[in-house]
Ligand binder design. Structure first.
Ligand code: PML
Ligand code: MG
Ligand code: MG
Ligand code: MG
Length: 259
């Protein structure tokens, strides 16, 4: 067996985040994956980048953790008002206090970065106080070093293709949400895209699974991001950040009921 590499891309324009991508690649696929990430950076709808960083690091195979993908469901909402109400309801179901859930949704609406900008990484929000826990609140915490095992992704695609879920946007988001849900001390996540044309977002947690919400912003809106709700009693923040950024994780199992 060859080596496994983490392949990461981030692209920016005048230091504003344009796009990113996180993959784990068997040695023979590193070139192809690096190529597809560069292609993504150069053709992104958020704009042409003036800087693209590609980082490739060899991983120790025996240090890679294995987890299962979260199951998917969808809440059929008709517009953003129903979308925010659904997100709020699901977060409360996941154990997030109602006021903190509302505060998080407002933060993503206005843009979680300085002056309403988008961030490269996610917000870590204290579930008791709503306080932000990232060491650098302009950057946030970037979840990295995770991917589907190739054969697991293939079986997943087969099973979900009749629902139209077999798209890279969705499997990448599920992989990230699955790693985050497995994190020590993270109770739930909310996300919607910063890509202007993409309005579907999700709420996820170990008990809810990955719950898609088809309208979490209006088309054309370039503001979005991710918020992870953290119980500080269950984890040390630097341990959590290390897991999210540095711990390599394969998604190599499917849940009992995928959908
Ligand atoms: C992103 O584009 O960065 C996140 C997309 C999240 C929703 C994906 C989906 O389930 O449709
Ligand atoms: Mg993204
Ligand atoms: Mg957890
Ligand atoms: Mg994006």
């Amino acid at each position: 067996m060859g080596a496994v590499f983490s392949v990461r891309m981030r692209a920016s324009q005048e230091s504003m985040h344009i796009s990113g991508g996180e993959r784990l690649a068997e040695e023979e696929r590193v070139r192809e994956i690096a190529h597809s990430l560069i292609e993504r950076a150069l053709t992104h709808e958020r704009g042409g980048p003036d800087s693209i960083h590609l980082t490739i690091d060899k991983m120790d195979r025996s240090d890679i953790q294995s987890i299962a993908a979260l199951p998917i469901s969808t809440i059929p909402v008709r517009d953003v008002h129903e979308g925010y109400a659904a997100a709020q309801r699901k977060l409360v179901e996941a154990g997030i206090p109602s006021a903190i859930a509302a505060h998080a949704i407002d933060l993503l609406k206005k843009g979680p970065g300085p002056q309403g900008t988008v961030m490269r990484g996610a917000v870590l929000m204290d579930v008791q106080t709503g306080e932000r826990l990232e060491p650098d609140i302009a950057r946030g915490v970037r979840v990295s070093r995770f991917d589907w095992k190739e054969e697991t992704l293939r079986s997943w695609m087969d099973e979900v293709s009749s629902f139209g879920f077999n798209r890279s946007r969705i499997w990448e988001a599920i992989a990230l949400a699955s790693k985050v849900a497995a994190a020590p001390g993270v109770l739930a996540e909310i996300c919607w895209s910063d890509d202007p044309s993409y309005v579907t977002g999700y709420v996820s947690s170990p008990s809810l699974g990955y719950v898609r919400i088809p309208h979490l912003k209006e088309k054309g809106d370039p503001v979005g991001g991710r918020i992870f709700f953290v119980d500080r009693q269950q984890t040390d923040i630097s341990t959590l950040i290390h897991y999210l950024e540095k711990q390599a994780v394969w998604i190599d199992q499917l849940p009992e009921n995928l959908i």
